[in-house]
Design a protein around this ligand. Structure first.
Ligand code: FCB
Length: 480
């Protein structure tokens, strides 16, 4: 279906239409103003870990272009901006006193957003763990959860009068299973037991951080966490069992402790050969189980699973970079089938119905839980065209279509009664796409990494019109 055939969009008056980025993916300035190294600096500087050996050293140079980038956001009329705070800018070794220059950068960012009527949505952790903490075990070390709580308090004290929405963690699934299980992400460990330990310590870190934030914020903000749900389709004999296993590892390992205060019994049984879950201590689940004002939903594609018959080579099209290790501890019998197209440049299938299903499913499982789409978007092979007058343009009709169809899916979910509060397109600008380096462009704004020139893609112009025409004005403080 082309954009022209899409139904008209319209959203409730206070629906937040925004865009998202993450610190390591855009900021650059890796060595500046006292920032310490993170696991992503170490990982990206290790030969063979990222496409082309790309690193976030310079990225989109956002750290030096803050004001111009804020003006860019304002020119798009964004109602909200989701960014992340780099822990190693605030505490270079993950512990100890705050680095004032690090706090100052984010304070200027928040001020700049509010001055432009853009609601600041801050994520405390989008994967850039201070390397010094990894050296002590990283997320397999319970002490990291407590260090995270201290960091949350420092940031809360500095920005807790102005940030509208706090998100503790972005996609703890990736931090735990890609970081410690498959090895595709920093720190690149390949140990299933470590991955499951990390799952729990990340959940605990969330709970402890919310407690700290609540204690110090003064503007009555909203609290959230962002999860990357795996929307599963089953295929072949035993599909139900494959879906159950992956749903437990990928989805319920987070939603059950966060929203119900328990780990799923089937997850504990499926992984019994790997860990006895002794890292879950008395009182942990109560701390993890905090009321959430918003549950953040990241959605890009669906995943097709089945049970492997042990014959033909096991398929592992799980959408994540295959570097040898497994992000699915305890479930080697599950295989991941190729999805039906069309696909984006990531090889991810385009399936907006999956988003609608996910929202309806979460609404059914957790009635009354407000939801927000914190990421959705697509990478395509963008080309810059230069007009006779020297102007630059990027014609990206596939991305316009992708975003339009997913917004329409969100609208259908709203019409069906889902309490959905907003949508953030990933991403505001092209950036460092983790293991894929700069080879994948998700931005609605194109970045020329040689010159750092920003060019609004057609999708940015289209999104600007959507925001302007189909959503009401939002008070950026979200509190009045
Ligand atoms: C998500 C990440 C985000 C970006 C998109 C494409 O998993 O949260 O940083 O890489 O995928």
């Amino acid at each position: 279906m082309t954009t022209a055939q899409q139904p008209p969009l319209s959203f409730p008056a206070h629906f937040l239409l925004g865009s998202a980025t993450a610190a390591y993916q855009i900021e650059g300035a890796a060595d500046e103003d006292g920032r310490g190294p993170s696991i992503w600096d170490t990982f990206s500087h290790t030969p063979g870990k990222t496409w082309n050996g790309d690193t976030g050293d310079i990225a989109a140079d956002h750290y030096h272009r803050l004001e111009a980038d804020l003006d860019l956001m304002a020119s798009l009329g964004l109602r909200a901006y989701r960014f992340s705070i780099a822990w190693p800018r605030i505490q270079p070794t993950g512990r100890g006193p705050a680095n004032p220059k690090g706090l100052d950068f984010y304070s200027r960012l928040v001020e700049g957003l509010l001055a432009r009527d853009i609601a600041p949505v801050a994520t405390l952790y989008h994967w850039d763990l201070p390397q010094a903490l990894e050296d002590e075990g990283g997320w397999t070390n319970r002490a990291t959860a407590h260090a995270f709580a201290d960091y949350a308090r420092i940031v809360g004290e500095a920005l807790g009068d102005r940030v509208a929405i706090w998100t503790t963690l972005n996609e703890p699934w990736c931090s735990a299973y890609l970081g410690y299980g498959s090895g595709a992400h920093a720190p690149g460990r390949t140990d299933g037991a470590a991955a499951l330990t990390a799952v729990h310590h990340l959940n605990l870190a969330h709970g402890l951080a919310v407690e700290q934030l609540r204690a110090v914020t003064t503007n009555d903000p909203q609290y959230s966490i962002t999860l990357n749900f795996h929307v599963l389709r089953g295929k072949g004999e035993g599909a139900e069992e494959a879906v159950r296993r992956i749903d437990a590892l990928a989805n319920r390992a987070f939603t059950e402790p966060l929203l119900r205060g328990r780990y799923p019994q089937d997850l504990i049984e499926d992984t019994a050969g790997i860990t006895d879950w002794a890292f879950v201590e008395d009182g942990d689940l109560a701390r993890i189980h905090q009321p959430l004002d918003l549950l953040g939903v990241n959605y890009y594609a669906t995943t097709t699973v089945g049970l492997w018959d042990g014959g033909a080579p096991r398929q592992n099209n799980d959408g994540h970079k295959d570097v040898g290790g497994s992000p699915w501890p305890g479930s080697p019998q599950v295989e991941f089938h190729a999805t039906d197209g069309p696909h984006t440049a990531m090889g991810w299938n385009i399936d907006p119905d999956g988003l609608e299903e996910l929202l309806l499913d979460l609404h059914a499982q957790f009635p009354g839980q407000p939801l927000v789409i914190t990421e959705n978007g697509a990478a395509f092979e963008d080309q810059v065209t230069v007009g006779p007058d020297g102007s630059h343009a990027v014609h990206d009709p596939e991305r316009v279509d992708y975003i339009h169809r997913h917004l329409a899916a969100a609208q259908r979910a709203l019409a069906a009664g889902v309490d959905l509060r907003g949508y953030f397109v990933w991403s505001l600008m092209d950036n460092f796409e983790w293991g894929y380096g700069y080879s994948k462009r998700f931005g609605i704004v194109h970045v020329d990494y040689e010159t750092q020139r920003r060019t609004l893609k057609d999708s940015a112009l289209w999104y600007r019109d959507v925001v302007r025409e189909h959503s009401g004005a939002v008070d950026a403080s979200l509190t009045l």
